[in-house]
Design a protein around this ligand. Structure first.
Ligand SMILES: *[C@@H]1O[C@H](CO)[C@@H](O)[C@H](O)[C@H]1NC(C)=O
Ligand SMILES: *[C@@H]1O[C@H](CO)[C@@H](O)[C@H](O)[C@H]1NC(C)=O
Length: 336
């Protein structure tokens, strides 16, 4: 009798141990380890994955001739490979800097995906045509030959000018809406490095501001001013973007033409909402009309809420996110 109850206890106790210690423990880890993110913060943290995927692919291909499929396939979530991305014809300095940016973006993807489930890599159009269309729209005419972002250092820097800055304004815009310390810490960390990237790109372009971009006969400064104006027009919320030179009334303290960094009248970074960002990165001026770099649209709860067509995968995605409101965020994450 005694021995059979001992046997019973030996078999049963491990289960008790499991239920009283292991289960609450893993529950605690998913709450405290993830800093109790609210659904609001999950939405705002996953949104920038769209831009980080684009930057990671553009910089990786530019520097190495390959992207996440080779560097960090676990971060793609089996999303489609980008269209038209390729190695850029770069000198040693720009190539070195681009390689560093590429790995920084991979780190950003890893950081965001360790905090939120997120979504797989969206379809990205990084073809010459995609960039040429932006530049044509910026100038209001079709440049001939079409602008090739991958052709040389200067073209690649101009093409890069198109991207991290938009992410930067999104991080500034997201910050006051965040509710949890974990999300604020993450967005501040991302903002710091994206701003640094933007500053590096602007400094390299600023040095060459008077150079002519061949064969178009227009200067680097003109290119940046036109691109910034296009982004202001697409975002449709006033001036939140400025090129390398401005009317002095728009420069720092309203006093200077040189504009190595963009900022408002107090030289504070401009902010953009996810909707403004979607209007710009789709190139359509509408958060519900995909296009540009995102032929199928951006992903995640915020971007998908503006898309009218309802794919099956969208339903799966949404129900998955609903599920993650509960305590299984840890288990459903594909990146731990
Ligand atoms: C997470 O939520 C739990 C339960 O609501 C709370 O006790 C804990 O202090 C929170 N932790 C953090 C890091 O906010
Ligand atoms: C560019 O040209 C302007 C006007 O001619 C001049 O004031 C400025 O110093 C030049 N900048 C650089 C970096 O060459």
């Amino acid at each position: 009798m005694a021995s059979s109850s001992t046997t019973f206890a030996l078999i049963f106790l491990p289960f008790l141990f499991f239920f009283f210690f292991l289960v609450p423990n893993s529950h605690a880890k998913s709450l405290y380890g993830r800093g109790n993110l609210t659904q609001n913060d999950i939405n705002l943290l996953e949104f920038p994955l769209n831009l980080e995927y684009l930057e990671a692919e553009f910089f990786s291909f530019g520097a190495f001739g390959h992207g996440l499929d080779e560097i960090a396939p676990e971060l793609t979530g089996n999303g489609p490979s980008p269209i038209g991305a390729k190695v850029a014809s770069l000198g040693p300095l720009v190539k070195d800097i681009t390689a560093q940016f590429a790995f920084q973006e991979v780190g950003h993807l890893r950081a965001i995906k360790s905090a939120v489930k997120g979504f797989p890599r969206p379809l990205l159009d990084l073809s010459v045509k995609s960039f040429a269309t932006i530049i044509n729209n910026a100038f209001g005419e079709n440049l001939n030959p079409p602008f090739d972002p991958y052709a040389n250092d200067l073209n690649y820097l101009i093409a890069s000018y198109v991207i991290p800055y938009v992410g930067l304004t999104g991080y500034v815009g997201a910050n006051p809406k965040l509710q949890t310390a974990t999300a604020k810490r993450m967005i501040a960390g991302l903002l710091g490095v994206e701003s640094g990237q933007d500053a590096v790109l602007r400094a390299l372009l600023y040095e060459r501001q008077n150079e002519t971009v061949n064969p178009y006969g227009m200067t680097v400064a003109e290119f940046t001013n036109k691109i910034s104006k296009l982004r202001n027009d697409l975002g449709n919320k006033g001036i939140k973007d400025e090129g390398l030179t401005v009317n002095p009334s728009q420069g720092a303290e309203g006093k200077i033409k040189g504009n190595i960094l963009a900022g408002d009248k107090f030289s504070l970074a401009f902010d953009r909402t996810p909707e403004e960002i979607l209007r710009i990165i789709y190139g359509t001026g509408s958060e519900s009309k995909p296009g540009g770099f995102y032929p199928d649209g951006a992903q995640g709860r915020i971007a998908e809420s503006h898309l009218h067509h309802h794919h099956n995968h969208q339903h799966h995605h949404k129900s998955h996110l609903d599920h993650s409101d509960h305590d299984e965020r840890e288990d459903t994450d594909d990146c731990t």
